[in-house]
Ligand binder design. Sequence first.
Ligand code: PLP
Length: 409
Amino acid sequence: MHFCTFTYSVETNIFTVKMNKIYLDNAATTPLADEVIDAMVGTMKMNFGNPSSTHSFGQEAKILIENVRRQVADYLHVTPAEIIFTSCGTESNNMIIKSAVEHLGVERIISSPLEHKCVSESILDMKARKGVEVNYIRPNEKGDIDLHKLEELLKSSDKKTLVSLMHVNNEIGNIYDIKKIAELCKENNALFHSDTVQTMAHMDLDFSDIQVDFASCSAHKFHGPKGVGFAFIRKSSGLKGIITGGPQERSLRAGTENVAGIVGLGKALELSLNNLEAYTSHMQEIKNYAAERLSAEIPGIKFNGRSSEKENSLYTVLSALLPYKNPLIGLQLDMKGIAISQGSACSSGASKPSMVMMMVLSEDEMDHCTPLRISFSHLTTKEDIDALVTALKEISKDFVIENTNVEHR
Ligand code: PLP
């Protein structure tokens, strides 16, 4: 799908419209669905009441929030009381990890170097401030987590333990078996948090079957608004909030609710779930097409982690490795009208390599190759992929293929 962008200059009072831009960075964020915008605008106009007010304006806003809470709970097969609206995935993950330490007496956290920074830095904060022991499971070169190692670690200590392992990795798209991880945690009396930001609304999730204790969601990953998400907190866990100062969200997250944002989240979830089968098969087809065309047209290209495997990788992300070093690739593609995330395994000194890329790439690959994260939505077309391939072929002409002798992990 082609997008146009509008910029406005205050100095010249001129609007500029740029046509035909292609967006392939849907793991970073997705465009808002029109229906979501309409629902939010309607709410902002008609339902400005404070949901904590007891008069009808307040109660109408409150009903809107509770309807979305029920809708989310139905999707996850949990109770509405277990859904706490927050401002984003980052806040949800911070809240869960920090509160598990501060309020549930967690003394040890088991995690992996593949986690999003909002998880890994929350864990490091708890290590620095609360003296929590942290054990990491190092993934293999495909980005797999060894569950025998997890079991071994779980059995190795009597300390109260939280396991924090994500459902789908945002850089390479690997899917992790959170049902099995939850079972191991239950058997060994540990709590289990999973960062589910990349999977909420992208697949069926049944938390009456998957015994996860805590999970997170961010609406802007599925065509909802930024600035709103939720935490799933299993009732039996006893977790408390870290933002205090009001009774909102059952006193787990004080602060006047983002009513329009929550309505937008609900509308985006409804659209995703109503179209789940169609969206999934469309994106899977686009991803296969992208992998095939790139393999055929860019000699020496390879794919990172489990990215090109249908069963073990989410249909939204294809992580590629170009066979030459070009730290400016993101900028060059942007200048050709294609928005894409470079991944960040860059040895230019300008940006630090991402931990995920450091785990799945060899040192040689880090030095001589360029990662590229291509991420799709139901709006992505084969023409978008064709345009990407053409642009990459043009850019690649200027580079010598370096990876023929590169040692892979
Ligand atoms: N966790 C994962 C796996 C993500 O991909 C992201 C966003 O990129 C986040 C957490 C943070 O979500 P938010 O942007 O809502 O703070």
